[in-house]
Design a binder for this molecule. Structure first.
Ligand code: SF4
Length: 64
């Protein structure tokens, strides 16, 4: 199963906390802007949920 991830880029402030929780999904590019993989394997769910929990802007959600 795959998980679809959505980040509201109007809310994201590019702090990067999500990168620490799910580094295979979220990364900061060379301009320190967030980039992410919109589809992930179900094995990443716990990491993604951790990223959702730490995001100070509540910008991340799983699209079921
Ligand atoms: S933790 Fe939230 S605000 Fe910070 S970079 Fe990730 S999505 Fe953006």
């Amino acid at each position: 199963m795959t998980i679809k991830i959505d980040v509201d880029m109007t809310k994201c402030q590019h702090y990067g906390q999500c990168v620490f929780e799910a580094p295979d999904i979220f990364r900061l590019n060379s301009d320190d802007k967030l980039e992410y993989t919109a589809e992930a394997d179900d094995s990443e769910r716990a990491n993604i949920e951790a990223a959702i929990d730490v995001c100070p802007m509540q910008a991340i959600r799983i699209v079921e």
